[in-house]
Design a protein around this ligand. Structure first.
Ligand code: EPU
Length: 427
């Protein structure tokens, strides 16, 4: 697997499309990344299907290969991973800085090999992203944590497979923290209870994969996970769940453009918070298992929302929802409650004529506003999505630079939008 880092690509979008047609949702970015790390817990093949072709998957794949893991695209969204040849337990810092999920190699390496080292994780600049919850979890399982320059080093006193089950209180229900500690605990001897674990669908998915590999995790979906450690895990095959954030982004796009879009493979069962808001805005939402039809209202209504841990409205949909609210009648108030710097999209939306007052982690949006095309940037993956949605309804042409951020999380985004009637070019 190799990562292509071309010079910053851009989208040129002609506004005014009313989205119509069908779109197929790809596999979930964050579920894929965690599942790939889980392959480090066994010598046998882990086969993942429905893995999206996005750069975050490529970057993590490259990191896993550098550790000695086999990462092979089998075609058609199938990925074969084999951790049997892993001999290096240290994530190269140039790769870790690109992607937050990379730090999730720590838990499995520590459990299986007794040693793991990594620089702090990278990823989007969306606020402070501490890792205390990960490290405290490892410590509770008996690991010694130290700093060696930039790197965190985690060591199990008695080597491979020597972690010991414990009762762990997660100070914050961190998504990747819960996944990381869970991956360490499945191979720890005895019983582990994780209290205040994250309940995000991607955490649940990882727990199901680990169980398919032979782990014993119960309480999946609750904030209290019970784990009976096992001596070894075996291979498994799992289908990556569809991406609720991608599905949500298309649903918002359909709603705000006044369109009529059918979304196939939408994980409706984990999208309640968003769908409730879209309905409150006046959108017509027809949902069935794995299928959504969104028809935009002639006149959207303003709503207030808070971005919260699951099952609240996902922080990853905050920015796209903010764009939709620029088209709604009235004043909408938004509070970001998960990250402390998820407002990067505001400056770019202001360039397009949006009326937004933002203080700290809140924004007040007054609508509807006729947005104008502009030269803007995708500042992170979700801020980029927000700007792209704005471009869809703007008057004239919008040029969006730095869309490599969008490539991190959205598969074939321009192709999918073109099929819905959007004029969008990539260069
Ligand atoms: N936090 C702590 N201590 C920790 C870890 C996190 O205080 O040890 C705090 C963070 O400062 C933040 C909050 O907890 O304020 C949430 O962070 P969390 O750890 O839950 O997020 P994450 O695991 O870093 C994952 C997704 C994000 C998604 C969040 C929240 C991956 C690779 N990333 O991040 O996805 O926004 O959960 O749902 O799974 C994205 O896809 O655009 C994205 C950023």
């Amino acid at each position: 697997m190799s990562v292509h880092r071309s010079a910053a690509p851009r989208y040129t979008v002609t506004g005014g499309a009313v989205l119509r047609g069908k779109v197929q949702i790809s596999g979930a970015k964050n579920a894929s990344l965690a599942a790939m790390c889980a392959a480090l817990l066994t010598d046998e093949d882990v086969i993942l299907t429905n893995v999206p072709k996005i750069s975050d998957v490529d970057t993590l794949g490259e990191l896993l290969v550098s550790l000695g893991c086999v990462v092979e695209r089998l075609g058609n969204g199938r990925l074969r991973l084999n951790g049997g040849g892993v001999r290096l337990f240290e994530a190269p810092s140039e790769l870790i800085s690109e992607n937050r999920a990379s730090f999730q190699v720590m838990g499995p390496l520590l459990a299986a090999h007794g040693y793991a080292a990594s620089a702090p994780p990278g990823g989007d600049v969306i606020g402070q992203r501490p890792i205390d919850v990960h490290l405290e979890g490892f410590r509770a399982l008996g690991a010694r944590i130290s700093r060696d320059g930039e790197r965190y080093v985690a060591e199990a006193a008695d080597g491979p497979l020597s972690l010991k089950g414990a009762r762990i209180f997660m100070d914050y229900p961190s998504v990747s923290g819960s996944q990381n500690v869970m991956m360490a605990a499945v191979l720890a001897s005895g019983h582990t209870t994780m209290v205040n674990a994250a309940t995000e669908p991607e955490v649940q998915e990882l727990a199901h994969l680990l169980n398919a590999m032979g782990a014993k995790i119960s309480g999946i979906g609750s904030q209290m996970l019970e784990i009976d450690g096992v001596r070894e895990l075996h291979g498994a095959t799992a289908r990556i769940m569809p991406d609720r954030i991608e599905a949500g982004t298309f649903a918002i796009a359909a709603a705000m453009s006044g369109g009529d879009v059918e979304i196939d493979d939408a994980p409706c069962g984990v999208m309640d918070a968003l769908l409730a808001k879209l309905i409150a805005m006046g959108t017509s939402v027809d949902r069935a298992e794995g299928h959504l039809r969104i028809r935009g209202a002639r006149e959207l209504k303003s709503v207030n929302f808070q971005a919260l841990p699951y099952p609240g409205l996902a922080t990853d949909l905050h920015a796209p929802m903010a764009t939709a609210l620029t088209q709604a009648h009235g004043v909408s108030v938004i509070h970001e409650r998960v990250f402390d710097n998820r407002m990067l999209y505001v400056t770019e939306l202001l360039k397009m004529g949006a009326r937004i007052v933002s203080t700290g982690n809140s924004a007040i949006i007054t609508g509807p506003t006729a947005l104008n095309g502009a030269h803007v940037r995708a500042l992170d993956v979700r801020a980029g999505a927000a700007i792209l949605l704005a471009a869809l309804v703007a008057d004239g042409v919008t040029v969006i630079d730095d869309i490599q951020h969008l490539d991190r999380g959205y598969e074939h985004l321009d192709t999918k939008l073109r099929a819905l009637g959007v004029q969008i070019e990539r260069s």
